[in-house]
Design a protein around this ligand. Structure first.
Ligand SMILES: [Zn+2]
Length: 340
């Protein structure tokens, strides 16, 4: 069975720098490969295989001008070249548009890790080549902290691991937004005359900018929620069971909380209803008082004093389980009763 898992990493500053270097090298190799293919085609040449391009790239790595590439794990650029070739091939098969060159501004920074060399512990993930020193304290550099412990099984094979800098844009935009808000409120204070105030051109300009930032943030969040919905719906389940508008329950999901706060669960549910309607999937909404998190999925006991901070549910019957996972088991059981 193949399962896709997305987890958050918490790199320290040195690791972060290293990751951006990897992502930069990945983008460079991708663009380089694409440019080589394009150039070759314009000269009337055929498709250059990725193994050939990789050989060329190895030579490039060892040239003086591109010495910086030697600090990057070979597997990162190798995969980027492979990706570029696949995209190029797909274009000729009519499967996609001509692949775009990746830009530093537009494209999300991301890179690949070798699936054989990647390792997981319950708390950390090991990267290849962050530190090549054999000293134990330097070797630690290769281990990046995971936000959630024990999410990824440690005794399995991994396929196609990718690291992307998600949410980076959001954080930046939120910072800009807060700064603008502060600056605007300061200007209002300053221009206050008794009960009234005068709106300067500067304030008008800033307010326009703030509106723009808000739009952008809204779009990013909606896009994220839409992608989530698509992922669920495209698996063509028999039914989908969700909780009734229980925002506090949704807040427990740390990945969604921000989006839920600012976007509203309503929007998510409306959108889900639409999609389910389109695809003929039954949407079941659990009763508002259904204790999806507090119910033991083994013995049916209800743990009334379950706190938000209890990420793991421990029942007297011996059942020990991730609370979110258990809630989803319970919602599934609830849905089974009403599925037609
Ligand atoms: Zn139990």
């Amino acid at each position: 069975m193949v399962k896709a898992i997305k987890v958050m990493l918490i790199p320290n500053n040195v690791q972060k720098t290293k990751m951006f270097q990897y992502a930069g090298a990945s983008r460079f190799a991708y663009n380089w490969a694409l440019a080589r293919e394009k150039e070759n085609y314009e000269k009337g040449g055929k498709f250059i295989s990725d193994s050939e391009l990789r050989k060329e790239f190895t030579k490039l790595r060892h040239s003086e001008e591109y010495a910086w590439l030697l600090n990057i794990s070979n597997n990162v650029t190798k995969q980027a070249i492979k990706d570029a070739c696949t995209a190029y091939k797909n274009f000729f098969k009519g499967l996609q548009k001509f692949p775009r060159f990746k830009s530093k501004k537009r494209s999300m920074p991301k890179f690949y890790q070798d699936n054989v060399k990647i390792q997981f512990s319950n708390t950390h993930v090991k990267f290849e080549g962050f530190s090549s020193s054999r000293k134990a304290n330097k070797q630690k550099m290769n281990w990046v902290r995971l936000a959630e412990h024990g999410r990824i099984p440690t005794d399995v094979k991994y396929m196609n691991p990718r690291i992307s800098f998600d949410g980076l844009k959001v954080k930046k935009l939120e910072k800009q937004k807060r700064r603008l808000q502060r600056s605007i409120s300061r200007s209002y204070e300053k221009n206050k005359k008794g009960e009234s105030y005068c709106k300067t051109n500067n304030v008008i300009k800033k307010e326009k900018l703030l509106l723009k930032r808000n739009h952008r943030l809204t779009n990013i969040r909606k896009n994220y929620l839409n992608q989530t919905i698509s992922e669920i719906v495209n698996r063509k389940p028999r039914f989908i069971c969700i909780e009734d508008l229980n925002v506090s329950g949704m807040m427990e999901n740390r990945h969604l909380s921000k989006a839920v706060q600012e976007q509203g669960f309503f929007w998510f549910r409306k959108q889900l209803e639409h999609k389910c309607g389109d695809k003929g999937i039954q949407l079941i909404v659990a009763d508002r008082f259904y204790p999806s998190s507090k119910l033991c999925s083994c013995c049916g006991n209800i743990k009334k004093d379950l706190k938000l901070s209890d990420r793991v549910y421990r029942c007297a019957c011996g059942n020990i389980i991730d609370r979110d996972f258990q809630a989803s088991i319970n919602l599934k059981a609830y849905g089974e009763r009403f599925a037609s």
